[in-house]
Design a protein. Structure first.
Length: 212
């Protein structure tokens, strides 16, 4: 089964993709990692992507999808794959379709903006040891210091409220319309994103239902 995960930043797409990937024994494909690997391998599409990246330009959708097609032709994708982070808009979805990349199921993880703001702006990280905390859900016993190494905790730039708000705005303006696009094709399923385990149960139920 070929699956796309949709959802706002902080909705848990990456976490759920990793869990489902292990459960179904199919790879998760991140386009960022994919481009870097294609460039390192010196493939035709990889070299084309590199020419744009070297100029600081965005890699065209057709080139990204060409790299993607090379990847999904690999043996480990024979039973399916999960796309994480692509497509980001309808134009990219149309390129996927034009180049013959079939999508069986699109799962949208639904989390209210207010909850995402609370999730992400509450995260704290230790730059020394890499430990991650949350001021509400998983606070450090040492308050504003890491309870593992004692270093001060910081807020990542991506987790600052103004950054999160900007990312949510981009999602609603550019990516959310994919729900309508894939809904019209009859492959969209929306699941409520709450706790990790409960979200996984809902996702697996959707996948099992789609596979029947």
């Amino acid at each position: 089964m070929n699956i796309i995960f949709l959802g706002a930043p902080g909705a848990g797409k990456g976490t759920q993709a990793a869990i489902v990937s292990e459960k179904l024994n199919i790879p998760t494909i991140s386009t960022g990692n994919l481009l870097r690997a294609a460039i390192a391998a010196g493939t035709k599409a990889g070299l084309e992507a590199k020419s744009y990246m070297d100029q600081g330009a965005l890699v065209p959708d057709a080139t990204v999808v060409a790299v993607l097609k090379d990847r999904i032709a690999a043996e480990d994708c024979a039973n399916g794959f999960i796309l994480d982070g692509f497509p980001r808009n309808i134009a990219q979805a149309e390129v996927l379709e034009q180049l013959g990349v079939a999508i069986d199921l699109v799962i949208s993880i639904e989390v209210p903006d207010e909850e995402i703001m609370a999730r992400m702006s509450g995260r704290r990280v230790c730059l020394k040891c890499g430990a991650t905390f949350h001021i509400v859900n998983a606070p450090s016993a040492a308050g504003d210091k890491c309870d593992k190494c004692g270093e001060p905790l910081t807020i990542r730039a991506d987790d600052k409220p103004e950054t999160v708000a900007d990312r949510l705005k981009v999602y609603h303006e550019q990516t959310e319309s994919l729900k309508t696009y894939y809904g019209a094709k009859g492959v969209l399923a929306e699941v409520k994103g709450s706790g990790i385990e409960s979200t996984t149960r809902l996702i697996m139920a959707v996948i099992e239902g789609a596979a029947l």
